[in-house]
Write a protein that binds this ligand. Structure first.
Ligand code: ADP
Ligand code: MG
Length: 277
């Protein structure tokens, strides 16, 4: 049942307001198809509030599809179909009474390739999400918001003297941190990151990893990564996806990252985390 109170509780607060409480994201029995091809089969996973969950596994096993389902982004693909539930603090984001925009506001996404608006200034980039989602903010609260988001994105010190310079003029790693800052401006409760460092050099990667660890104090993070060392460095828990021989993707094993890397329960997990396939 949905009540008016349920509806408003997934909305982020006014920009400039204190951080929201941490939210748990729960996927229940997710099955997904593209046309008549099933690509995920009854995948369930709880992503704890304020933790970093890493989704690992070989290419093509459905990690990105699963991530997109977590904020309804897969709906952009007309052939995509879904069964199952995604609960944000117990509220079904697919409830027909809920608005898509609210799910997208509450659950932000950062992509593999940094995609700031290149001609827009750094400041305008950070504020862009407010416009897209119709979030209102006063001029003075916007200045504060730009600074706080750039700080949280680990970029403030590098750009504070050139907020009017175009976003496209930054390095790749800086652009990705600008994208993180942009996604934070609408105060998401969850941040989904699809291989956010795979287009970046090792130094930028480390900076973003540190940024993520700081962010996890106020935003629940789910990251897809091919990089086992990265999963080990940043995540609290890990889920190992696999789709063998044309079968749909499933989670073979999930749990505490350190435990999974040191003592995997399934031989396929062991092979994967030790780079044997
Ligand atoms: P991963 O991120 O683990 O590499 P994906 O979620 O991208 O895997 O893909 C899972 C499966 O779904 C793959 O077989 C892929 O070819 C298929 N797939 C992904 N996106 C689409 C799409 N838009 N249309 C049709 N099939 C797709
Ligand atoms: Mg992918």
């Amino acid at each position: 049942m949905t009540t008016a109170a349920d509806e408003t509780s997934v909305l982020p607060p006014t920009p400039g307001a204190p951080a929201t409480s941490l939210a748990e994201l729960q996927a229940r029995e997710i099955t997904a198809w593209f046309g008549d091809r099933k690509v995920l089969d009854r995948v369930s996973l709880t992503m704890p509030a304020g933790g970093i969950t890493a989704l690992i596994g070989p290419s093509g096993c459905g990690k990105s599809t699963f991530l997109r389902i977590l904020n309804r982004m897969h709906e952009l693909v007309p052939s995509a179909q879904l069964a199952g539930q995604v609960l944000l603090d117990g509220e079904d984001i697919y409830d027909p009474a809920k608005r898509l925009i609210d799910a997208r506001r509450a659950i932000g996404m950062v992509f593999q390739k940094p995609n700031p608006f290149p001609a827009m200034s750094i400041r305008e980039n950070v504020l862009a999400g407010l416009k897209l989602t119709g979030t209102k903010a006063s001029r003075s609260s916007k200045d504060g918001l730009v600074e706080s988001c750039l700080r949280k994105g680990g970029l403030w010190d590098e750009v504070k003297d050139r907020l009017d310079a175009p976003g496209g003029g930054l390095s790749g790693g800086q652009q990705q941190r600008l994208c993180i800052a942009r996604s934070l401006a609408i105060k998401p409760r969850v941040l989904l990151m699809d291989e956010p460092c795979s287009a970046l050099d090792p130094t930028s990667t480390r900076v973003i990893e540190e940024t993520m660890k700081d962010l996890a104090r106020e935003v629940t993070i789910v990251i897809v990564t091919h990089n086992m060392q990265q999963a080990a460095r940043v995540s609290d828990q890990c889920a190992f996806f696999l789709a063998s021989q044309g079968t749909p993707g499933v989670i073979v094993e999930h749990g505490d990252t350190a435990a999974m890397f040191q003592n995997p329960q399934d031989p396929r997990t062991s092979d994967y985390v030790h780079g044997r396939f």
